[in-house]
Design a protein around this ligand. Sequence first.
Ligand SMILES: Nc1ncnc2c1ncn2[C@@H]1O[C@H](COP(=O)(O)OP(=O)(O)OP(=O)(O)O)[C@@H](O)[C@H]1O
Ligand SMILES: O=C(O)c1ccc[n+]([C@@H]2O[C@H](COP(=O)([O-])O)[C@@H](O)[C@H]2O)c1
Length: 204
Amino acid sequence: MPYAEPGMAIGLFGGSFNPPHAGHALVAEIALRRLRLDQLWWMVTPGNPLKSTRELLPLEERIRLSEALAPDPRIKVTAFEATLNSRYTADTLRTIKLRNPHIRFVWIMGADNLRDFHLWQRWQRIAATFPIAVIDRPGATLAFLSSKMAKTFDYARLDESDAEVLARKRPPAWTFIHGPRSPLSSTAIRNGMEAPSKGDGFSK
Ligand SMILES: Nc1ncnc2c1ncn2[C@@H]1O[C@H](COP(=O)(O)OP(=O)(O)OP(=O)(O)O)[C@@H](O)[C@H]1O
Ligand SMILES: O=C(O)c1ccc[n+]([C@@H]2O[C@H](COP(=O)([O-])O)[C@@H](O)[C@H]2O)c1
């Protein structure tokens, strides 16, 4: 697990990154800026429990490609979930919290994961562990209104104009961040429809 000073605000950005792309880098940049984070831990998962591992690149390769995409020194690419043998986010966050009682963490995910969040193991426990920032993504914007997570925790949603205080909020607390969006996806890259570094990957 990366080192952090007490009092820091740190974003936890978990992903398969199979492969990583400019859309991920955009999410990291938006989170650092809008949430006023000191660091962002880019956590390469050993394997999303809801996805097949059939097409998964080796962990070392996903780490290497992620490092190449994330030159900002505040971004720490890490794969400590593999060392912890922890595939479920609820388990990972529990361990992170126990080991770092004086750090303020925020879980960061794209809006497609907001749509499916209620399928994650102990999803309500995750929401009760750390605040959550959801970053808009083409095709998933409506998850903001319609997902089970959004409905269940409607009372705990912050306006995105208050995103900079999210890390200091007592969970459950979450916000949906609009802004520049990237249409990139690892699936499209694996299917040969996009080059990982094509253009800047932005769309409004
Ligand atoms: N273009 C994007 N815009 C916003 N969020 C994104 C984007 N691409 C990925 N994310 C988010 O980044 C995290 C890691 O995503 P992941 O590694 O699964 O990439 P992916 O492109 O969604 O992959 P796949 O197509 O294989 O499902 C997730 O929280 C996901 O929602
Ligand atoms: O804990 C779960 O049940 C769970 C289910 C789906 C995804 N996750 C985590 O969500 C993060 C994003 O996953 P992915 O595959 O969309 O990049 C990554 O850290 C996964 O381990 C976690």
